[in-house]
Design a protein around this ligand. Structure first.
Ligand code: TA6
Length: 276
């Protein structure tokens, strides 16, 4: 739960589906589909909150750099900035929110470019959809990498499967960036993994016992699958012991080929998750 001293946006659709977004990071921290009572997003009991803090869980917005692939801080600054609310309403049966971020003195000291970022969140029925639109408001081209980095709450990560990645080439961050072809027909999570799948299909499915989540993307060529494993949660202060068991990240990302925008050009990346 986002501590009450930090601002958040609450969206609810008429069918009862609801979501909460922390304005620090433009970060969705909870998504409860209609007729359900549980948050389908994992958030660590040890997460920190507030401006400049990266929430451990939910849906981090990654911009203008994914991971350590560049000279900026890990995963860029969008997840650390306070976003403003452009609008929130119930429209055509859905709860919709619109957040905005643009360059500031702080972002320009890290990344010397003018930009405008718009985030849209729509919750309705069994679906949650997020979209980010980046516009180059500068006078010269900009190049960036980006992602949605959702942490899905799963009953048992190490019996969870991900369908749709068979045959894709991936960069294995746990094997010093070695490139490997996914040979398994279905990816079975059995321990820590950190992989960037190139040219990933736009539709993947997480099978978590009897529960499934269908994940659809557009604008993002890659998919990242991450679980920190026991050592990974132990070595991070903002994870509690054993939390690796209850989470799996399946991300939509643009990493290997940065997105380049001429002045006034814009780009949109989306991720939509549906329970089944
Ligand atoms: O998306 C996977 C990843 O890039 C991993 O390499 C892992 O470090 C993770 O993100 C979390 O990064 P963070 O900076 O939030 O600790």
């Amino acid at each position: 739960m986002i501590p009450t001293e930090f601002p958040s946006l609450h969206l609810r659709s008429p069918d009862g589906a609801h979501a909460t977004i922390a304005l620090d990071g433009g970060h969705v921290t909870s998504w409860v589909p209609a007729t359900e009572h549980e948050n389908r997003l994992f958030v660590s009991a040890r997460s920190t909150y507030g401006p400049g803090k990266a929430i451990r869980g939910g849906i981090p917005v990654i911009f203008p750099q994914f991971g350590a692939f560049g000279s900026l801080r890990q995963h860029g600054f969008a997840r650390l900035c306070r976003w403003t609310v452009d609008g929130s309403r119930t429209f055509a049966g859905a709860g919709r929110g619109q957040l905005h971020l643009s360059d500031s003195d702080d972002t320009r000291t890290q990344w010397p470019h003018a930009f405008s970022a718009d985030l849209s969140i729509v919750v309705e029925g069994v679906a949650l959809a997020v979209a980010m639109t980046i516009r180059n408001t500068d006078t010269s081209p900009i190049a960036f990498t980006a992602a949605f980095h959702p942490y899905f709450a799963v009953r048992d990560a190490f019996t969870t499967r991900v369908e749709g990645l068979s045959g894709c080439r991936y960069r294995d961050s746990l094997l010093e960036g070695q490139m490997v072809v996914e040979a398994a027909p279905v990816l079975q999570i059995t321990g820590p993994l950190d992989r960037i799948y190139s040219n990933a299909p736009d539709r993947l499915v997480i099978r978590d016992g009897a529960r499934s989540i269908i994940i659809e993307k557009s604008g993002f060529p890659e998919a990242v699958v991450w679980n920190p494993g026991i050592e990974g949660t132990r070595s991070r202060a903002d994870f509690a012991e054993g939390e690796e068991q209850g989470m799996l990240c399946v991300e939509a990302a643009a990493i290997q080929h940065p997105i380049v925008l001429a002045p006034d050009e814009s780009w949109t990346g989306t991720q939509r998750m549906t329970t089944a």
